[in-house]
Design a protein around this ligand. Structure first.
Ligand code: ZN
Length: 205
């Protein structure tokens, strides 16, 4: 039974909902977007999203579309390369402390330009404009241990997943996530969106 400090949904229910929405999207059976006045009126009362998604700004990966989710269902942060930063941490903390979304998803995607820029920096000595460089610096630690001599497509594929796992690790090491601990109903998972199929692959821990 949910109390006022918890979300009525479990993390498992939230994850199931995302998977079902993505399946509708892939199968061309999406419900969104259809917005009725009654829905908008209802949403003025507040929001109770069941999942928080940290995704990339890439125009091809809007979480609401990919998960066929309606207004009020997803709390979304989008930043190139789905990297962390102080404003992002603050937004995620708000989602945890106030919205109590049971599920947190870090979602990368195949063909990510930000990850590609980080690869170019690390393996080919490429230089980027100052603020892009700052963004890329957030991704570089994720590339440690990757074989830079493999074919570019394979390298990007591996780097996209490493970047998601790196972000997950960084989040898990924050005092806030540690404090919530393993006993919590909240769940943090990684995912990769496949551009070609439209499918979201949830990562095994
Ligand atoms: Zn991207």
């Amino acid at each position: 039974m949910a109390n006022e400090n918890s979300h009525p949904w479990t993390a498992e229910q939230a994850l199931e909902r995302l998977k079902e929405g993505n399946a509708r999207f892939v199968n061309g059976e999406a419900h969104f977007p259809t917005v009725q006045k009654e829905v908008l009126a209802d949403l003025t009362k507040g929001q109770q999203p069941y999942a928080t998604i940290l995704g990339c700004s890439d125009s091809r990966v809007p979480p609401e579309v990919i998960f066929d989710a309606h207004l009020g269902e997803l709390f979304v942060v989008r930043v190139a390369g789905n990297v962390l930063g102080s404003a992002i941490f603050g937004t995620l903390q708000y989602a945890g402390a106030h919205l109590r979304t049971p599920l947190f998803v870090v979602m990368g995607h195949e063909g990510c330009g930000a990850v590609e820029a980080a690869i170019a920096s690390k393996f080919h000595g490429a230089e980027h404009k100052s603020r892009i460089e700052l963004l890329v610096e957030n991704i570089l630690p994720a590339l440690d241990g990757l074989d830079g001599t493999q074919p570019p497509g394979d390298l990007l594929h591996a780097a996209v997943e490493s970047n998601v796992r790196w972000t997950l690790r960084t989040l898990r090491e924050t005092p806030e996530v540690k404090a919530v601990g393993a006993t919590s109903a909240m769940k943090l998972v990684g995912a990769i969106y496949e551009l070609e199929t439209g499918r979201v692959r949830f990562l095994e821990p």
